[in-house]
Design a protein around this ligand. Structure first.
Ligand SMILES: Cc1cc2nc3c(=O)[nH]c(=O)nc-3n(C[C@H](O)[C@H](O)[C@H](O)COP(=O)(O)OP(=O)(O)OC[C@H]3O[C@@H](n4cnc5c(N)ncnc54)[C@H](O)[C@@H]3O)c2cc1C
Length: 506
């Protein structure tokens, strides 16, 4: 097993040198193709240097008129439509190619374009514009801070802040239907101590929740059977649920309004380029001095034709398919560092809409309740409706509620023992089978590849922070807001899992 000290060696390995890109970003480019992706990226870095200068030499104060002009960004009517099969409409070059336009991919596009505007040409390739099988669409939109890792807590805190000010970000937004409601995470004796510790950390970081004993839980929630429950952690603010498809629509519409191009198509391969001027230090297996990089993505368009698009940077945000897309880039099947796969797999989950008219059924004050058995349930509007699912339960089918869930649910909430199943649906988690947490940041071998995937059961609420984080890495070369470096791919190479003790829905 590799140990932590190897992280240092890893960071040394990421010292790439490229003669091809060593020219001055601000150099003379007359007569050259201005769309060249590498030069555009360098020009951006030049912008960064200008920003540093502006920091030290303050500009004149922004006039009221300027401010209003900036706010005018919201006046776009909707997405720009493009016909990818029209001869001149397919982009053969882009600065950043994002594979997957679900919550995570659209958020990355949104944050990149919100910051860079015309300075960066961003293209998102999405294979299914109906999002019928995207996790984002079928998610229950739960938002809570009851995690054990500071990174997860901070990302969800940011989501709560962002959602509160959604109009500011999205202008005329598609209503997000945010329903503020605490989550109630129940723990048995075995997990009580870790629940207490996590709650303390969450509160230190800005969440607000309280730990209740079984007696207090019983007094507060008369519908709850507390046998086997030692403690429960109840969110007091910044928690609830929202409409994930509405968030996706807003992100996609806003990114598109800022000029991101959304292309209907499926990435089916990559084209590689041998670059002897780049060396990956320290990766003996990858043939030092003979670096083969990613140059183009091969995209299958809806009419079956295949075109390729050259990119300066590429981000894999393909949800549950990310492991497969990574394999197209030889991740997990190549030599040296490329032997390490991206451990993202599909994990089927089933959700049920229930109704109960029982007198003692939980009322409006019911929090999203997460039972140690893995069952989670919340109210769904008025009229005795609920949404329920069960963690780590994938072998069933849509009709197996009675077989797998009913008796456990009845044990915890007896009044729902006879609840009627109104509807059911299924979706797949983008499950990180290594440690059930997101993998984000630069790939340690490919100098122009980023990953943003594997958020397992909490990716919708994290999509906002993840998009912002990837935009920081691309534009600033480092995390500026939340330090998410512990969630990088490097942890797979040095075998340092980042387990989340309180995975709410995974
Ligand atoms: C039943 C269920 C309930 C959930 N509940 C919650 C919850 O309450 N709270 C929470 O925070 N999270 C929840 N999640 C998790 C959350 O939905 C996911 O983690 C999150 O949506 C992942 O977003 P994504 O953009 O990475 O993936 P997706 O939304 O799946 O998007 C990935 C996109 O990539 C596209 N794609 C794939 N391969 C290619 C390719 N080769 N070329 C082009 N496009 C491609 C796909 O079509 C897809 O649209 C839930 C998930 C499920 C299944």
């Amino acid at each position: 097993m590799l140990r932590y000290r190897n992280i240092l060696r890893l960071s040394q390995r990421r010292n790439y040198s490229s003669g091809a890109t060593s020219g001055s970003p601000g150099g003379d480019k007359s007569g050259e193709d201005d769309l060249h992706p590498i030069r555009r990226t360098l020009r951006l870095l030049g912008n960064d240097m200008r920003k540093v200068k502006e920091f030290f030499v303050p500009k004149e104060k922004e006039s009221e008129d300027d401010r209003i002009a900036t706010q005018g960004k919201f006046q776009f009517a909707g997405e720009r439509t493009r016909d990818p099969t029209a001869p001149d409409d397919f982009q053969t070059h882009c600065d950043v190619l994002i594979i997957g336009g679900g919550g995570v991919g659209s958020s990355i596009a949104y944050w990149l374009k919100e910051k860079a505007r015309d300075g960066l040409n961003v293209m998102v390739v999405e294979k299914d514009d109906t999002y019928a099988h995207s996790a984002t669409r079928v998610s229950v939109g739960g938002l809570c801070q009851q995690f054990s890792l500071p990174e997860n807590i901070q990302m969800s805190l940011f989501a709560a802040d962002f959602l509160r000010g959604a109009k500011e970000h999205f202008g005329q937004e598609v209503p997000l239907q945010f329903t503020p409601h605490g989550h109630l995470m129940l723990a048995n004796d075995e997990h009580a101590e870790s629940l207490m510790r996590s709650s303390q950390l969450q509160n230190e970081l800005g969440a607000r929740n309280e730990v209740l004993t079984a007696d207090r839980l019983a007094a507060r929630f008369p519908w709850l059977n507390v046998s086997g429950v030692a403690l429960g952690c109840l969110g007091l603010e910044k928690e609830g649920w929202f409409n994930p498809l509405a968030l996706l629509s807003n992100l996609r519409r806003s990114a598109s309004g800022y000029g991101a191009h959304f292309l209907s198509g499926q990435v089916v391969g990559f084209e590689f380029k041998s670059q002897t001027d780049i060396s990956v230090v320290g990766d003996a297996g990858a043939n030092e001095g003979n670096y083969t990089g990613l140059e183009k993505a091969v995209i299958q368009l809806p009419d079956g034709t295949r075109r390729s698009c050259k990119f300066a940077l590429c981000v894999i945000a393909a949800g549950a398919s990310s492991g497969k897309v990574a394999r197209l880039a030889k991740i997990g099947v190549g030599p040296g560092m490329l032997q390490v796969p991206l451990p993202i797999d599909e994990r089927k989950r089933f959700m049920y809409a229930l109704n109960s008219q029982a007198q003692s059924a939980p009322g409006m004050a019911m929090p999203m309740t997460i039972d140690p058995s893995g069952i989670f349930i919340r109210r769904d509007g008025l009229g005795g409706n609920y949404i329920c699912g069960m963690d780590s339960y994938e072998e069933g089918n849509l009709h197996s509620f009675d077989q797998h869930i009913r008796s456990k649910l009845a044990e915890r909430i007896p009044a729902l023992g006879e609840a009627q199943v109104l509807d059911s649906w299924t979706g797949s988690y983008d499950q990180n089978v290594y440690d059930e947490n997101g993998i984000l940041g630069a790939h340690p071998y490919y100098h122009n590849l980023y990953l943003a995937t594997g958020f397992s059961g909490h990716g919708v609420q994290q999509s906002l922070a993840v998009g912002r984080a990837i935009s920081e890495l691309i534009m600033d070369g480092q995390f500026r807001t939340i330090d998410l470096s512990r969630l990088s791919f490097d942890r797979l190479i040095v075998d340092q899992p980042m387990y989340e003790l309180n995975n709410v829905l995974s």
